[in-house]
Each structure stands twice: as C-alpha cells, then as structure tokens.
Design a protein around this ligand. Structure first.
Ligand code: PLP
Length: 463
C-alpha cells in the first residue's frame, strides 16, 4: 500500500476545504506531512526523519510492535459490546488498581480525556449533591461543553465564566503571586482556595469539586510546590467537595519516580477521582476514570445505567494491558528519570549561557531558595531533581521583569523544525518550550535537541 495517496500540496488543499479550520495543524504556515513513525522518530513523505519531542500520546513509542501485535490479535478474535462479560476489562482494571492507592479501586472506561473529565464532573456532583467547581487559572480539561466551562484557557476566549465556576491562582512560583523566594508557597497558594471557598459559601453556593491537572501542563509545565495538594484537598473536603486529579497528560510513569504525577505530593495525599487519557492506549482512544467505592456507589444508586459503547472494549483493554507491559519490561520509568535529569542538566547549562532562558522547571526546596534568593544558583548547586520526561523551559525578555518572550519561543520552535526537531510551546503566553516526548527518548536525543537549541539561541542573539 502506498504510504502517500496525495501529493503534499493536494493533501493540504483538501484539508483546508474539507476539515473545519478550527482544527489546526502544527506549523500551520508550513505543515509537515508525516507518513510513518517508529519510537521517537517521525518520517515525512520524502523519508526525512524528525525527532519527536512532543508526542506524549505515543507514550511507549510510535507504532511499538508489542502494541500493534496485541491490538491485531484481539481484533482478529473478538471486539464486542462492553455489556458482554469478558476477561480483558477486569484484568486491565486489576492492573491499573495495582498502580494506584487502595482507595481508588473502581474504574469506568471511556474513549477520551474529555469523556473522562465529564464523567468525573457527573460523579462529583452526584456524590456531593453540590454544583460548583474550582479550577486553576489557565487550565484545560477538555473540549466538551461541560469542560470548556471549567477550562479558563478556553472560556476566557469564549462566552466567559459561568457563575458555578471559580478560578484559583495557578501555583506558578516563577510568575505567580508567590514565588520561589517564598518560604512556603504550597501553603500560601492553598490558602487562596480557602478564601475562594469562603466567598462561594457567602453566596449560598456549595463546592462539588476541585479539578486540577496533577502537574499543570497547559499552564506552562508547572510543578506544584510541596504540600499544596494535601492542603487543598483538606479545604475542599471540609467544604464537602471532592478532589479530581486530571492525569490525562501526566500519568503512566511520565514523571519517572512515580506512576502517577499526583504521587509527587507525598503518600499522605490521594485524590478522590483520577482521570486518565492520552498515553493510556499509545494512540488508541482509551481513557478512564478511577474513583472510590463510595463515590461510585452513589453514582450507581441514582438508578441510571452508565453505558459507553466503546469504552473498555476487549481491543482497547488488550492495548492498555500491552502498554503497561512495555512500560514495565522496557523500564520506561527509569528511562524517563535518567533522560529527564540529563535533559534538565543540559538545559540548566544553557541557562547559564543564554539570558533568554529564564527558568528550567525543577522540583525546588523553597526554604533553601528563600535563603539564597537566587533561583539559578539553587537549581544548579542544590536541587537538580526533576520530574522525568515532563520538562519545561521558559523564555523571557529579561530575567528581572520575567516578561515572557513569546515571539522568540515561536522562532525557536520554527527553527528547531528546520533542524528536524518537532517541539511546541505552552503556558499562558506560549513562552514555555515543553518537552513531552515518547518515553523511549534517549540520552543522544537529549544531547541533539539541546545542541540545536544552543545553536539557534546563539544565532538569534547575534541578530
Ligand atoms: C489536561 C488535559 N485534560 C483533558 C484533555 C482532553 O483530552 P481529549 O483531547 O482526549 O478529549 C486534554 C487534552 O489535551 C488535556 O491536556
């Protein structure tokens, strides 16, 4: 079978005519046409190889043979409606349960991160009998109507904020209201929620849920300050609400040290609902909601069946199981730790050379940062611990004002593409270069991408 049906120009022309123009392409002024991929490498119609630094969906690597084999074998055998009894769904739920705290032991399988978050909202409301939701500023939780409503990243550009939605400050210690020189930003940011809850109660309203990504990625690859989630969960529980951790981007070992990013906040923190998506099926549409027996019990007690035609079908679950096997067999969490730390180390070295690099995201010890007051020094000398292959590098116009260098970030990404490296930006000002590559990303890949960044920044500085 020919890998290319139409010439690139024709494909582009047809796409412009036939596909809704709000579905944007990467590099829209000069898109790449990718016709095959393997591991962390993409190949265009001329066989040119690109290093993929952004496909967190193809978690264990593009077209991993074990995943393809598992999918094809199950497709050849059976793919039936999920109302038939089958082993795959229970086997898969059991494997997922083993990765989570015991409390999260009931699963609902769905087909996208959006479906998972929408169901989480229903579960929270049914359980609490409350309506209101607190979200973090700049968050994105999905494209359904219900989720646009709880995604400031989207609703700010649309009809605005609903009366049942409350926005808490993003605990961003680089740009936010409490920064790295604060002795306890985790507590300080959590207290902003306490105030919001008090305001909500004054209006006679009640909180059903706090929704937050386990590490805010759309918000700019933010790492929560320590203690934040635990304190927030306490406040939300006191108000009768539940804590929903959106692990759609961050789950399945991306952070290396733990299987779930929320676990970075310590063993004494556990969300009430966890939503999963992107990496789960390595590209196959497979997502999930994990919750407690109590929350699931209330949802059952309403007497209405939850039926999802495709969610948790035998093929999806066979693929999900194969993804878990590959993560384990190829020690992809270990790889994420090693390569992630190497990449952060290289980026920190670049930070000493290029003033435009304002921040490389690290796990910080705020007490010590508070004493030294020099973020870069603290980073280099003391705490180079990161969070696996979840890496952010923020560009700024100057390090004192921390004004985001949005144009320069776009230029860097554009030039990287010319060097055959696919990268993207994120954050409120699109000034954060975000790395979220397939988990098989290697040391050599990290060397290559940082060398390219070094060259391009040197070139931009000389202009
Ligand atoms: C944090 C987060 N939650 C939810 C979603 C929605 O997932 P999906 O596109 O699979 O519906 C996304 C998608 O980008 C996301 O980044």
């Amino acid at each position: 079978m020919a890998l290319e049906v139409f010439h690139k120009d024709e494909t582009l022309e047809m796409r412009r005519k036939l596909i809704g123009q709000s579905c944007r392409l990467f590099f829209s002024h000069d898109p790449v046409k990718i016709i095959r991929a393997r591991g962390q490498y993409l190949y265009d119609e001329n066989g040119v190889q690109y290093l993929d630094c952004i496909s967190n969906v193809q978690h264990v690597g593009h077209c991993h043979p074990s995943i393809t084999k598992a999918a094809a074998a199950q497709m050849d055998l059976l793919n039936a409606n999920t109302r038939f009894l089958h082993d795959n769904i229970v086997q898969y739920a059991k494997r997922l349960a083993a990765t989570l705290p015991k409390k999260l032991c009931v699963f609902y399988f769905v087909n996208s991160g959006s479906e998972a978050n929408d169901l989480a909202l229903r579960l929270a409301r049914q359980y609490t009998q409350h309506q209101d939701v607190i979200v973090l500023d700049h968050a994105y939780h999905g494209h359904l109507t219900s989720l646009i409503d709880i995604s400031p990243y989207k609703f700010r550009k649309l009809e605005g904020q609903k009366e049942w939605v409350h926005v808490a400050p993003l605990p961003d210690t680089y740009h936010g209201i409490y920064r790295e020189d604060h002795p306890n930003p985790g507590q300080a940011y959590a207290d902003t929620l306490k105030s919001i809850i008090e305001e909500v109660h004054k209006k006679g309203r009640k909180i059903s849920a706090f929704f937050a990504e386990a590490l805010p990625s759309v918000g700019g690859q933010i790492i929560f300050p320590s203690g934040y989630c635990k304190r927030v969960a306490e406040y939300v529980h006191e108000a009768g609400g539940v804590y929903v951790a959106d692990e759609v981007q961050t789950g399945f070992g991306r952070v290396g040290s733990h299987f779930w990013a929320f676990q970075l906040q310590g063993e004494d923190f556990c969300p009430d609902i966890v939503t999963m998506g992107k990496p789960m099926g390595n590209g196959h549409p497979l997502s999930c909601v994990a919750t407690t027996e109590e929350i699931a019990g209330t949802f059952t007690a309403n007497g209405v069946e939850y039926f999802n035609t495709f969610g948790g079908n035998p093929v999806s679950c066979a693929i999900g199981l194969a993804v878990l096997d590959v993560i384990e067999n190829e020690d992809l969490r270990g790889n994420a730790l090693r390569v992630g730390d190497h990449l952060r180390h290289l980026l920190s070295q670049l930070q000493t050379k290029h003033l435009i690099i304002g921040d490389v995201r690290f796990v910080r010890n705020y007490e010590i940062c508070h004493i030294f007051k020099n973020i870069l020094l603290c980073q280099i000398l003391l705490f180079c611990s990161g969070v696996g292959l979840f890496v952010g590098m923020e560009l700024v116009k100057d390090r004192v004002s921390r004004q985001p260098a949005t144009e320069e970030a776009a230029q860097l990404v554009g030039r990287l593409k010319e060097e055959r490296v696919v990268m993207s930006t994120d954050g409120p000002w699109d000034s954060v270069i975000k790395f979220k590559p397939p988990m098989c990303f290697s040391m050599e890949d990290a060397d290559r991408v940082t060398m390219c960044i070094d060259q391009i920044l040197t070139e931009l500085e000389s202009k």
